[in-house]
Design a protein around this ligand. Structure first.
Ligand SMILES: Nc1ncnc2c1ncn2[C@@H]1O[C@H](COP(=O)(O)OP(=O)(O)OP(=O)(O)O)[C@@H](O)[C@H]1O
Ligand SMILES: [Mg+2]
Length: 247
């Protein structure tokens, strides 16, 4: 998959950049997977969690069996079973009875070590988290699980001592610091490659605030402004116009 797959807005020529949070995630994920443990990455919307985790998982050993599960609404344990059935590409019809379903999933998970990426984990309630714990605790399975979620994820998980006491690594994802912005944004997109560092700092203070999704949106509007005005380089007037679209 190309890096562009993970871009929020369709942003031609954008690159994945190595932030400090991404480097930490890489180490944490590889240690979690090696230990067949569970970890939790949590932090604000748009800070780059999903992109970082997908990038790091692709860099794991080629033989590692990674399955992605993304929740969009509050699932019941039943819904979690169905999601896992789909994520594991199991053949046939999903079993009707919970006990039969559990047996099927445990048998499939006993086949080989696997890694689950559970994104948008702030949607999970106690029952859903408990189901993951149940599968992970089963001696025949060799599961590593990476829970990724918004700020609320940490709170929800903390309320589940059975699961949270089993979390091997917690990583709080934070926004880019002003210093990091000056280092990574010029590498993120050609629009910023030859921009004046003062203009990048200005854009961060006024609009993006170290939030990567905001930087991606700002970059898209800045590209448009460059094309429309025929200018070759970012300036403050042009940036103000781009900010006006983000307010
Ligand atoms: N390391 C990076 N390099 C390049 N672009 C990045 C990077 N991290 C994030 N982005 C950009 O920021 C956007 C938002 O990142 P991402 O979707 O990973 O945030 P998130 O923390 O998962 O947010 P949410 O909690 O809303 O799911 C990405 O789609 C991408 O455009
Ligand atoms: Mg995300």
């Amino acid at each position: 998959m190309t890096a562009a797959t993970y871009q929020y807005v369709d942003l031609p020529d954008a690159s994945v950049v190595t932030t400090r949070a991404l480097l930490t995630a890489r180490e944490n994920i590889s240690d979690t997977v090696a230990a067949r443990a569970m970890m939790c990455i949590h932090g604000g919307a748009g800070f780059g969690k999903t992109l970082a985790v997908n990038t790091c998982l692709r860099a794991l050993e080629p033989g590692e069996d990674v399955r992605k599960i993304t929740f969009r609404a509050r699932p019941t344990a039943r819904a979690v079973r169905y999601e896992l059935f789909t994520a594991l590409d199991l053949a046939g019809e999903p079993p009707r009875h919970p006990s039969e379903f559990d047996r099927l999933l445990k048998t499939a998970l006993a086949e080989r070590p696997r890694t689950f990426l559970v994104d948008e984990a702030q949607w999970l309630n106690g029952e859903a988290f408990e189901y993951f714990r149940y599968l992970w605790d089963e001696p025949s399975t060799q599961l590593a699980i990476i829970f990724v979620g918004g700020e609320g994820c940490h709170t929800v998980l903390r309320r589940e001592p059975m699961l949270s006491s089993r979390i091997f690594i917690w990583q709080h994802f934070t926004r880019l610091t002003p210093g990091e912005v000056l280092e990574v944004i010029p590498l993120f997109h050609p629009v910023w490659a030859d921009a004046d560092p003062d203009d990048i700092a200005f854009a961060d203070q006024h609009a993006a605030h170290g939030n990567f999704r905001a930087w991606a949106q700002l970059t898209a509007h800045t590209r448009t402004a460059l094309t429309r005005t025929g200018r070759s380089r970012v300036d403050q007037e042009l940036l103000r116009w781009a900010f006006s679209r983000l307010a």
